[in-house]
Design a protein around this ligand. Structure first.
Ligand code: NDP
Length: 696
């Protein structure tokens, strides 16, 4: 029995893979060129296999169309279930049919390829009729509870025609400027206008009513409304204005995410590494193609300057996905010689469902850094962004889908720590990878221990940057600036304790202050701005509190040391780049992670002394050394207790190099080949070639 079920499961997975390859082929080359040979090549199988599963090309295409219609049907059904009244059910139909995942260039072109054939093919016509009838009857049924039957019929036909018309216009013109949000708003307005004259409109009473479409959780390939409508507002830290309202995922949504991830992982994990790599490469390409739009969104959500987000945040995420896409096909076990009558081998297998929990400083980059190795290894991921920066992870989910990542393989749940805890305690989740504070890391590890999950922890730091007397001081100042003021200092690996040899301390300070005084604090969307806003008012107050404490403890402010409130900046959370001198190692500004634009400069005399002081911290994330004496550079780096180090540079994090901390700065590594170890299990297999001898 179990064997039959396994065979059925495998066949099911295979069938879905072939359908996925057909969808990709239709999107890339269109109906006429989508031959069995072309699809077989993409799927890496022989064309003969299609006969086994689908009969012929028409059978394959019909199955593909059915699968797309079923997905849309499921998405509409979930929204209909969540709706609270008749008006909510009308909205559910509109939202499902014009959801971002249906209303994108790629998916739309596949639908259009089919609709073009409907006139000539009875098989396609049948599927299309079912789809059309279902949309009409859902609308009609809901409308009949608001208006008389005759009128309900007319409004239902007009609404479905408007949905089809908007979709067709965008698809034919290739103009997706008219994006999903606007298309839904147009149809919603139309419906309200029909219902309003008699005061019958009772708009959006559904749970998704106050939340902004496109910002919520993304489960199993679709945006999902929460069962209990609790929301939070995400704000632009540069202006204090609301960017939108986001629904919190509770227990029910996490369960749905787990179910979706389980189904998605079965398909994804059964693909070859090469197949996964091909799809992930498309994710990277789409991220790059949408760099400007995503960078802008990231700047709005985080307050970081557009001059940073447009060259780092999205692109570093894309680089990471590209890198692991390349590695996916190379994942192998090993053969072990055990003599003439036996051998062993190892299989590198995915863990299953993994959770990613992100911090707010690099929201999209963190989502990519976690998703890339997880997905390359065949896992499914449920990602929870920090509640302060919920926007771009949802975009990543949309892009994954557009690139052909199967539904359920990358899910996003929105919310606070409580939502994170639902993930870290969930028995079906095999691993959790967190980027966050040390305290959060300890809680996550304790929660994960209940079900013995694997954990990767990327935590905080208070890293040393050491400038020896023979260093190129201009380069060393550049390193100190990069290591303290990039992203307004909200970078975990920052070298906030800058140890400068006493012989060059004066010159170093002069050069440093001259350059800091020219830094431009301003509107993050202004390309000239170099220092943007801090993430929130609460965080700004924490940073300003540290600055006051530094002054009170006797450190001297060499530059900065205050909030910036010039003109419109008064509405946001800006702090001037700040340099403290005359610091001592026991001050709070030298001991604690501030996570803001605050640098402490500390003189030193001897190599041994500075190594001891640099290591005298519970953290161990990063460290840097500036010296022209490379022997000294390597010698000192070898003695520093840090996971990520630089010689004559600071804060560069190429994807090829593992990244992570020692001591209380974390466990495990992201990036580089090392990450593969954290997202796979090794299975050892002993193969006997001889007789089985037993002493019984
Ligand atoms: P937090 O630790 O406050 O939060 C990190 C994430 O964990 C958030 O999504 C948060 O949700 C969630 N969370 C909080 N408590 C729990 C819990 N008990 N169980 C599960 N999830 C939980 O960090 P910040 O977002 O404030 O980020 C700043 C910190 O991140 C700094 O210490 C910084 O050094 C570190 N960091 C480390 C990096 C590294 O690679 N080593 C890189 C970047 C940042 P919510 O926010 O919604 O409450």
């Amino acid at each position: 029995m179990a064997e039959t079920a396994t065979v059925r499961e495998t066949e099911d997975v295979r069938r879905r893979q072939l359908i996925q390859a057909t969808i990709e082929s239709l999107a890339d080359v269109g109906f006429a060129a989508c031959t069995l040979g072309e699809v077989a090549k993409r799927a890496g199988v022989s064309p003969g296999l299609f006969a086994h599963y689908f009969g012929d090309k028409d059978g394959l295409l019909e199955a593909t169309l059915r699968s797309m219609a079923a997905r849309l049907g499921r998405s509409a059904a979930a929204r209909l279930r969540a709706a609270r009244d008749a008006r909510g059910r009308i909205q559910a139909v509109i939202d499902a049919n014009l959801a971002p995942e249906e209303f994108d260039r790629r998916t739309s072109s596949v639908w259009l390829a089919f609709w073009g054939q409907v006139i000539h093919s009875g098989r396609f016509k049948r599927v299309q009729n079912v789809y059309q009838r279902r949309m009409l009857s859902n609308l009609r049924h809901a409308l009949k509870q608001i208006v008389p039957a005759q009128e309900a019929e007319t409004i239902a036909i007009a609404t479905s025609a408007l949905i089809d018309g908007l979709w067709l216009r965008a698809t034919l013109s290739g103009d997706f400027e008219l994006e999903s949000v606007r298309a839904r708003a147009i149809v919603t307005t139309f419906v309200d206008m029909q219902l309003e004259p008699a005061g019958r409109s009772n708009p959006p009473a559904s749970p998704t009513s106050s939340a902004n479409p496109g910002m919520g959780s993304h489960l199993g390939g679709t945006l999902a409304g929460a069962a209990r409508p609790r929301t939070f507002v995400t704000i632009n830290p540069a202006s204090g204005e609301s960017l939108g309202e986001v629904e919190i995922a509770g227990e029910e949504e996490v369960e749905r995410a787990v179910a979706a991830a389980r189904a998605g992982q079965a398909v994804w994990g059964a693909m070859t590494g090469a197949e996964r790599g091909r799809i992930l490469r498309r994710v990277a390409d789409l991220l790059r193609a949408r760099n400007d739009e995503l960078a802008r969104l990231e700047s709005l959500d985080t307050g970081k300057p557009i001059q940073e987000t447009s060259v780092v945040d999205v692109l570093s995420g894309a680089d990471c996905i590209d890198y692991f896409a390349g590695l996916a096909a190379t994942l192998t076990g090993e053969h072990v010689d055990l003599g003439p009558s036996a051998f062993g081998y190892t299989r590198r297998e995915p863990l299953g469902i993994v959770a990613g929990i992100g911090a707010w400083n690099y929201p999209l980059q963190i989502a990519c850094w976690k998703a890339a190795p997880a997905l390359a290894c065949g896992n499914a991921m449920i990602f929870k962004p920090a509640e302060l920066t919920p926007l771009t992870a949802v975009k990543l989910a949309e892009i994954m889908r557009e690139a052909g990542v199967p539904d359920g393989v990358f899910n996003v749940v929105q919310g606070f720590a409580e939502t994170g805890r639902l993930l870290t305690r969930h028995p079906a989740i095999a691993k959790v990878s967190l980027t966050g504070e040390v305290g959060t890391g300890k809680k996550v590890m304790a929660d994960a221990a209940q079900t013995l999950k694997h954990v990767t922890l990327e935590l905080g730091g208070k890293s040393p940057l050491i400038v020896f007397e023979d260093a190129d001081l201009d380069d060393a100042v550049s390193g100190a600036l990069l290591g303290n003021f990039y992203s307004a200092g909200e970078v975990c690996s920052n070298g906030t304790r800058v140890f400068v040899h006493r012989a060059v301390h004066g010159v170093f300070m002069q050069k440093l202050i001259a350059r800091v005084s020219k830094m431009k604090v301003g509107d993050p969307l202004d390309p000239a701005t170099q220092v943007g806003a801090l993430i929130s008012e609460e965080h700004m107050n924490k940073v300003l509190g540290f600055i006051e404490r530094g002054k009170a403890e006797g450190a001297r402010v060499a530059i900065g040391g205050h909030r910036v409130t010039d003109g419109p900046l008064a509405r946001g959370f800006f702090v001037a780049p700040t340099v403290f001198e005359a610091c001592s190692d026991d001050m709070a500004i030298v001991r604690d992670e501030i996570f803001g634009p605050v640098m402490a400069v500390l003189p030193f005399d001897e190599e041994d002394e500075v190594v001891g002081r640099a290591n005298d911290t519970p953290f161990g994330l990063a460290a840097g050394v500036f010296t022209r004496d490379l022997a000294r550079g390597h010698r000192v780096i070898a003695r520093l207790q840090a996971g990520t180090c630089w010689i004559n540079h600071y804060n560069l994090t190429p994807i090829e190099l593992p990244f992570g901390g020692v001591k209380q700065s974390g466990l495990g590594r992201e990036n580089g080949k090392a990450a593969i170890e954290h997202y796979t299990e090794l299975k050892s297999v002993y193969v006997n070639l001889g007789r089985v001898e037993a002493p019984y």
